[in-house]
Design a protein around this ligand. Sequence first.
Ligand code: GSH
Length: 357
Amino acid sequence: MKQQAPYIFHGHDVSYYSGKVRPAFPQKNLWVREVLPDIREIKRRTGMAMFPVVVTPEDELWQDTSDILDRLEALHPEPPLYPTTPVQRVVSYLMELYGDEIGALPAMHYRWSFDESIEKVVVDFSMPTGDSEGGHGFAKKMRGALPFLGVTSETIPAIEAHTAELLDHLSEHFTSHRYLLGDAMSLADCGLMGPLYGHLFRDAVPSKLLYTTAFQVCAWIERMNRPPRDQAGWLPDDALPETLRPVLSTMADGVPMLVAAVEAIDAFASEQAQTGEPIPRGFPGLVARYRDVEFVGAVRPYTLWMVQRSLDAYRSLTQPERAQVDAALAGTGWEPLLGLEPVHRLKRAPYQLVWEP
Ligand SMILES: N[C@@H](CCC(=O)N[C@@H](CS)C(=O)NCC(=O)O)C(=O)O
């Protein structure tokens, strides 16, 4: 589709979810203009003070990174970000799910548990407005919120061990492949940029960790933001790179949380749907295993909407295709997620989550 005007991308360098969408524009050779989020305008148009958003040349407003990527793919299918073969397609959605829902744990910890990271990010937040005090209130609120996000003295060792292991496996992988599925960017890479770019690569404490222990991951981040034109494609025959299995296994540290969240949302749904009230963004009560510790945090109904994306991709397959996916993921720890059968279903209409009848 030929563009008459640029896409307007409301994003921020140190924003988690902006990092996920930004690479899609150069990858698809689209004309884009990035602006700082106009929160008042976003709230006026969507009811939600949440970014990134994209305003199209036709003045439609797209909110939510998964929705944004789906729409870009539908309108500009070449080069594709979404594989159509069973294994690579399901794995892409699972990695997007990891990036959106589980990668937030290390991202929040490394940004808000360390004075050094806070000092830098407060400046990063304040620069666009020129109000040097502006970011301090937010920083204080976020630091105070860490226990509610599940970042506590009990879970921090597990979060750090998870991060170190993930960076090791990714470094190994990117030594022989330029992207997660081979030699072209995919939805999986975009999803992983959420935690890795805005937080881990840009914040003071984790950026040192990346620079000193994960050079190949830094090189991938650079490729994502400035994608080279000579990408050759994903591995042939729907294969997964050998080096991706350990990455998937470490990512599966988050599977018990996702399963517990879906079960809790399902249990909460029947009564909540009767009330006719808007669906709350979160409620307490998530308890799950995370590596060798017990994780206690909030249940967010949005998690079900994200999990549905992977389940829909898996369930739309034929039986033999599902068997291929099962074989590829066997032993990685993702099996319980694909086995979920939530009774309730959420949709976005157009910006808020509502139960599907
Ligand atoms: N699920 C949303 C999450 C977006 C999100 O949480 N964005 C952050 C900035 S990176 C935000 O606006 N947070 C404000 C809030 O949560 O109220 C997406 O994928 O777009």
